[in-house]
Design a protein around this ligand. Structure first.
Ligand code: PLP
Length: 420
């Protein structure tokens, strides 16, 4: 089947994400989805191993979410949240406050993960301005970290290995620290926090760093970070945009680790991948510094699509599914299958490491390889898998059938053999 006209005609005008447009392989046309399968323009069905950048927790076409969005669309696509209240974001805020750990209970909605992290950073900085008048503008972030592509979030990504090194010098320099935090690293960080009095917050992807290479660390690291933040009065921010909604096997990584941050960000699977929506959730302690008779202490942030009704309808329906369908059990079953199917690769000479946590399995190869070629080869195998650097990973929808998951696992084994 020939390529659809819209692709060949649009390709001269569209500017694609993370792509060198001159040399990037021609993207393949997707024309439909069904469950965890992507239907291609040439008639093939691919088993999706990455759930569209880790968003489609329930597969792509769950009728409960689609109906909720249709329903909302027929009543009212959206009205602005400034000055008007509508049901979906209000219901969603209440539900997120109830389900997130500790007293995380004040929810600000944005439309992308990067902006949710920007808002978290802005809240952390303003917290200090409101509380003590201090201009604390700095953050501790971590090697291997990824928090988005906007200017503030670029500053807290890994400055060397991350994709934003081009802008070094143009974005604020932050204090970037290695993970995990063992006792020695904890005393070094303690020292850092004692020396630098301009620190607003420590910002980390808890338990699992995603786009920086699917790196895992233990709960003890997060407990040490919590203790250090408490000792120095610095805020702790968990970016759960990737880890939230079951990816680590628990609803939130913070729950799994038993550590409650002061601010949490959510995105990606918040709507089950159906619509763009993200959230920044602050604790009562943080919110209290904004809740004041002084208008100047308000959070001055308000994206046009703040609390978008369709996104919030999708998110409310997605939360229903976490209540009524066994997603966390499914995540645990995926983890068991990933351990069984990928752990053995640890012994292959071409493999540097295998990392599995919840519904994420990653094989890091020892040598560079052509990511573009590997992606194309996966498509030839009927699989949609997108290695990141040297890391071949699976982050399927939590609803993936075991037979499909086994094909994905076999594909990763086969690719590792080919690249060995
Ligand atoms: N934070 C984390 C942990 C992420 O994984 C991502 C995206 O991959 C982001 C933030 C940025 O989210 P978005 O791409 O929706 O802006």
């Amino acid at each position: 089947m020939t390529e659809p006209n819209w692709l060949s005609e649009g390709l001269d005008h569209i500017w694609l994400p993370y792509a060198q447009m001159k040399t990037a392989p021609r993207p393949a046309a997707a024309v439909g989805t069904s469950g965890v399968h992507i239907k291609m323009g040439d008639g093939r069905q691919l088993i999706d191993g990455v759930a569209s950048w880790w968003t489609a927790a329930h597969g792509y076409n769950h009728p409960h979410i689609l109906n909720a969005v249709r329903d909302q669309l027929s009543k009212m696509p959206h009205v602005m949240l400034g000055g008007l209240a509508h049901e979906q974001p209000y219901r969603l805020a209440k539900r997120l406050a109830a389900m997130t750990p500790g007293d995380l209970s004040r929810v600000f909605f944005t439309e992308s993960g990067s902006v949710a992290v920007e808002v978290a950073m802005k809240i952390a900085m303003q917290y200090w301005r409101n509380k003590t008048g201090e201009k604390r503008n700095k953050f501790v972030s971590f090697k291997g970290g990824y928090h988005g592509d906007t200017f503030a979030t670029m500053s807290v990504c890994d400055p060397e290995e991350g994709m934003h090194s081009l802008f070094a010098g143009a974005v604020s320099a932050q204090h970037v620290v290695d993970l995990p935090i063992d006792e020695d690293a904890a005393s070094a960080l303690d020292q850092l926090l004692s020396t630098h009095k301009d620190m607003a917050a420590v910002l980390v992807e808890p338990l699992l760093q995603g786009a920086g290479g699917m790196r895992v660390h233990d709960g003890a690291t997060l407990k040490r970070l919590r203790a250090l933040c408490d000792a120095h009065g610095v805020l702790l921010v968990f970016d759960e945009i990737f880890t939230g909604f079951g990816r680590t096997g628990a609803m939130f990584a913070s729950e799994k680790a038993g550590v409650v941050p002061d601010i949490m960000t959510l995105g990606k699977a918040l709507t089950g991948g159906v619509a763009p929506l993200a959230a920044t959730i602050a604790s009562e302690k943080v919110y209290a510094e904004f809740h004041d008779d002084d208008a100047a202490k308000a959070l001055m942030h308000g994206p046009t699509f703040c609390g978008h009704a369709l996104g919030c309808a999708a998110a409310n329906a997605s939360l229903d599914l976490f209540e009524t369908e066994p997603r966390l059990e499914q995540a645990q079953a995926i983890e068991t299958a990933l351990r069984k199917g990928l752990s053995g690769l640890k012994n292959a000479p071409s493999v540097a490491d295998v990392r599995i946590l919840g519904a994420m399995g990653a094989v890091e190869l020892a040598q560079d390889f052509s990511v573009d070629q590997a992606r194309a080869d996966f498509i030839e195998m009927g699989l949609f898998v997108r290695p990141l650097g040297r890391v071949i990973y699976l982050t399927p929808s939590l609803t993936v059938e075991m037979s499909d998951l086994n094909k994905l696992i076999e594909g990763v084994n086969e690719m590792t053999r080919r690249l060995g």
